[in-house]
Write a protein that binds this ligand. Structure first.
Ligand SMILES: NC(=O)c1ccc[n+]([C@@H]2O[C@H](COP(=O)([O-])OP(=O)(O)OC[C@H]3O[C@@H](n4cnc5c(N)ncnc54)[C@H](OP(=O)(O)O)[C@@H]3O)[C@@H](O)[C@H]2O)c1
Length: 186
């Protein structure tokens, strides 16, 4: 597709809630870019969505600033930016078993990623555009083994409140799901 006609960027669009959102946006007639770190997953998602002309894919790791900057350099104006990205592998552990490297990946994907998307993406949005990130129930109903995810979700919501002030009139929101059956639990 012509990247200049893209309207909605969905980071995490190769799986779970992001993929479901991509399906919905395409059905509503929007141009969509789905982004993620793994090209094969993105291609599989494109196949699953029926390879429509209004869909493009982009490989990018949102925890790496150079990749976020390069992603937006390839994209024209946007109406909406969404990130459902999360890397929680190895993060649901009791305290004695938590590896800092696994905790860091949660922070990278769910905190620094949104921060970088806002920094580099906001200039691409019009005044009625929006940024939407995903926190989660763990911020309010933490369970044993969930301390890292709980803390990052809560931190993301603090970031979102501050960004909403700084970037107004662009809307910045966090959506906080309960438990949803997606590939994240595989
Ligand atoms: N499912 C639940 O029960 C639940 C509950 C509460 C909150 N949430 C939150 O809801 C959001 C969506 O979850 P989901 O269940 O749809 O997850 P999912 O199916 O695992 O999808 C996560 C997506 O994020 C991408 N991703 C991960 N790290 C990335 C990075 N650094 N840069 C770019 N893309 C990255 C993944 O693709 P690659 O791996 O190829 O990069 C994948 O497309 C997450 O923030 C999650 O924490 C989920």
């Amino acid at each position: 597709m012509d990247m200049d006609e893209t309207k909605v960027l969905i980071v995490g669009g190769s799986s779970g809630m992001g993929l479901a959102l991509a399906r919905r946006c395409l059905a509503e007639g929007s141009g969509v870019i789905i982004a993620g770190r793994n090209a094969a997953r993105l291609n599989a998602a494109r196949d699953e969505l029926g390879c429509p002309a209004a869909l493009a894919t982009a490989v990018a790791d949102i925890s790496r600033e150079a990749e976020v900057a390069a992603l937006f350099a390839r994209i024209g104006r946007l109406e909406h930016i969404v990130s459902t990205a999360a890397d929680i592998e190895g993060a649901y552990r009791l305290l004695p078993d938590i590896e800092l490297s696994a905790a860091q990946k949660v922070v990278d994907s769910k905190f620094y990623g949104p921060l970088l998307l806002a920094k580099h993406g906001a200039p691409k949005l019009s005044a009625n555009g929006s940024l939407t990130f995903v926190s989660g129930i763990a911020a309010y109903r933490p369970a044993a083994r969930g301390s890292v995810v709980a803390a990052v979700n809560a931190g993301l919501e603090g970031l979102v409140r501050a960004l909403a002030i700084e970037l107004a009139p662009i809307r910045v929101n966090a959506v906080s799901p309960g438990w949803v059956d997606t590939p994240i639990w595989q």
